[in-house]
Design a binder for this molecule. Structure first.
Ligand code: ZN
Length: 299
């Protein structure tokens, strides 16, 4: 039985068919354009497979409606991305392919993928943050994907300003929230060039680590995750991990007494074990859960 996964990002879609990281039968990516064109391309990818998937999982940018009991389940709701607000993403895929479709946020899917095959194996409370075009967070708490009223919007927590940073922030809703200060576009707006062009000794990175560290500390003291995984394009700057670990320890100041934080932080704040495939593999894992769930309900 093969599964399909869609990692839907604001700039690109990644689609895969397989059963896991060691058994990916097909993988493709293409730019996110209009909903009609982009979803049609995803549908065509799955239809063109010799063995079509038995279920499809979607990890999507949002905000989304992730509540399976809601009539708007699987819909992208209020995104500022042009054309995508109120897109019935899961429903469109389900009707086109005629298979079960499971849906969650991109970061919850990535956390699930890391739990199944990556850096969060054997843990039941983990945080996954992505720092790229946007900043988002998801995870598992007690083994369950993190949902609630809607879903967490961890990219929009408020973090204290770095003393050397007068930047006004890029978030259209809040200005100086985490995403407004630490996303890829925020780095580019602050310095006039994209982060990938800034050398590792540029002051940009101390400021970046400052905002990420305060956010990670806020999540450590609220969720008490057993591990914190950071992915996304900005985290390709691997020197950020060392800065981030040091600052997290400084800010916590020994308050949370756990060996993972005090002595083993190199293994606590880590990149995704699945690399840039965490999202699409997590979407595959969502599809597997959908089929297992249907089976256990007798469907
Ligand atoms: Zn914001």
């Amino acid at each position: 039985m093969l599964f399909g996964g869609i990692e839907a990002g604001g700039t690109k879609f990644v689609c895969a068919v397989g059963t896991g990281p060691d058994d990916l039968r097909a993988l493709t990516s293409f730019p996110t354009t209009t909903p009609g064109e982009t979803l049609e391309r995803a549908i065509a990818f799955f239809r063109d497979q010799e063995t079509p998937p038995e279920a499809v999982g979607i990890g999507s940018f949002g905000p989304v409606d992730p509540d399976p009991a809601s009539p708007r389940y699987g819909t992208i709701t209020t995104t500022p991305k042009p054309g995508w607000a109120n897109t019935d993403f899961a429903g469109t895929i389900r009707r086109a392919l005629g298979v079960p479709v499971a849906f969650d946020t991109d970061v919850n899917a990535a956390a699930l993928g890391e739990h199944r095959w990556g850096a969060a194996q054997g843990l039941d409370t983990v945080l996954y943050l992505t720092v790229g075009t946007g900043v988002g967070g998801g995870g598992l708490v007690g083994g369950q994907r993190l949902h609630g009223l809607v879903h967490p919007e961890m990219g929009h927590v408020f973090v204290p300003r770095h003393p050397d940073d007068p930047f006004g922030g890029t978030c259209p809703f809040h200005g100086v929230c985490l995403e407004g200060m630490a996303s890829g576009p925020a780095i580019e707006a602050r310095w006039g060039q994209p982060g990938r062009e800034l050398p590792p000794d540029h002051p940009a990175w101390d400021i970046e680590a400052h905002y990420l560290a305060y956010a990670v500390v806020n999540f450590i003291v609220t969720l008490s995750p057993q591990r914190v995984i950071l992915g996304g394009g900005v985290m390709h700057q691997t020197h950020l991990f060392g800065r981030l670990r040091t600052k997290v320890q400084q800010i916590l100041n020994g308050y949370v007494q756990a060996p993972a934080l005090l002595d083993e932080i190199d293994a606590y704040i880590v990149p995704p074990g699945l690399g840039d495939r965490a999202g699409v593999l997590g979407a595959l894992a969502l599809a597997q859960e959908a089929v297992a769930g249907a089976g256990s309900r007798g469907g």
